[in-house]
Design a protein around this ligand. Sequence first.
Ligand code: BTN
Length: 257
Amino acid sequence: MENERKIIRLEKTESTNSVALELGEQGAVAGTVVVAQTQTSGRGRLKRHWLSPPGMGLYFSIILQPDLAPEHLPKVTLAAGLALCKAVEAEYSLAPEIKWPNDLLLDGRKFGGILTETGFLQGMAKGRKPFVVIGAGVNLFTPGGGFQNDLKECATSIADHTDRTISAEPLLMAGVSAIEQEVQRLEKGDFQEILEEWMERDGVKDKVLTWVTPQGKKVTGVSLGPDADGVLRIRDGAGVMHEVLSGDVNLVGKGPE
Ligand code: BTN
């Protein structure tokens, strides 16, 4: 029930994910949310910085303890990306797309992302169940003067795509409940359905991508979308299939190449 949910509201913090991880280690109940007006060290995937100026975005993290075997935990990230996408669709009648694994795009530019991290309750015995922290960042507004430097060509905000009034609170509530719903579907074993809905929103399917393998080799190929386990497949010019298990993919002409 929404009015019983514990929501920790902070004016300023380093990272809501860091706060949520600490709370999870201390035994915070699943469903606890941490939201901040600004983050001084907001972080994204691959150790990237997440720009979090006050009043310009929604920055929150939710602690969950999904009933899933550890090997299924990476699927939580895809499920959460779909959830946030659905929340934006419902709140603003927009049609965002997703770039694997969970960048949210409007007109090909990123306005939202998810960082999933795992922690363990402090002092528990081996074999203990992990908890996950799902952190979501959404650019609600574009900073005065526009996004700068490496964000200039690739970032956007919801405000750039709608005339509706935008406020963080309704999107927070919609996002939190959508994330919980998608994770519950995952627990019920509905990943294939989640994946189908995810693929309806796949913003890079059939497009040419580049990816740098863990060995440092650059692969250029066509995105075939995720397989049944959510692993992205790319087919290169020689017809060789590559499974993207980590790192990032970039559309040719739209990122570091
Ligand atoms: C990404 O696209 O790389 C993921 C970005 C996730 C940013 C959010 S903002 C709230 C939460 N706290 C963090 O430090 N990161 C996530």
